[in-house]
Design a protein around this ligand. Sequence first.
Ligand code: GTP
Ligand code: MG
Length: 194
Amino acid sequence: RTIQHCELVTSAPDKSFWPESQLPEIVLAGRSNVGKSSFINTMVNRKKLAYVGNTPGKTRLLNFFNIDDTFLFVDVPGYGYANISKRQLQAFGQMMEDYFGTREQKIGLVLLVDARHKPSEDDITMMEYARYHHLPVVVVATKIDKLKRSEISKNMRKIASTLEIPETEIVQFSSETSKGREAVWKKIDELLES
Ligand code: GTP
Ligand code: MG
């Protein structure tokens, strides 16, 4: 899979900044540091389209990336890091309610979870947002390269049971090795076709 063209369209602090495009949108969400930016870069084969860093992003923006004028990835700020104020938490909730509640062109959620850990309450909340709004979900287990072969199936079972999905629906993914890249593209193509 080769992507010809991708660019950050807008970083939106709120609804009024969302792009006017009618292209379908796929939302990417996950806890802070799960590997969202790396995921985008791996999917589009760019080294640094999306910023990869060690410090959790403090700006609560929705980043809209145009992918080959076919669809947009909407990168949701990583949630669940400790030093967030109540007010920031409310703003985040409002932003997601606005998005899921009103954005007509959304066609799916890619929920990224760390292959090493049990999904968090926030991950479960994100699943619930998607189910409530009848949005198909693709679960991607990142950093799979960090697991020993013997740990993989146990961890996948744990993720599946916590999120209440079949284990076969989890895509094992690594930005280090690009494992899972084609599998995710296949799921995205299915979303775009349906
Ligand atoms: P925030 O935007 O800060 O919430 O983080 P993020 O979810 O965008 O994560 P990011 O892509 O910045 O990656 C966080 C750290 O994990 C970086 O040091 C990455 O190099 C590392 N990382 C991301 N994906 C993988 C992976 O698949 N394998 C390994 N080994 N490391 C990864
Ligand atoms: Mg990031």
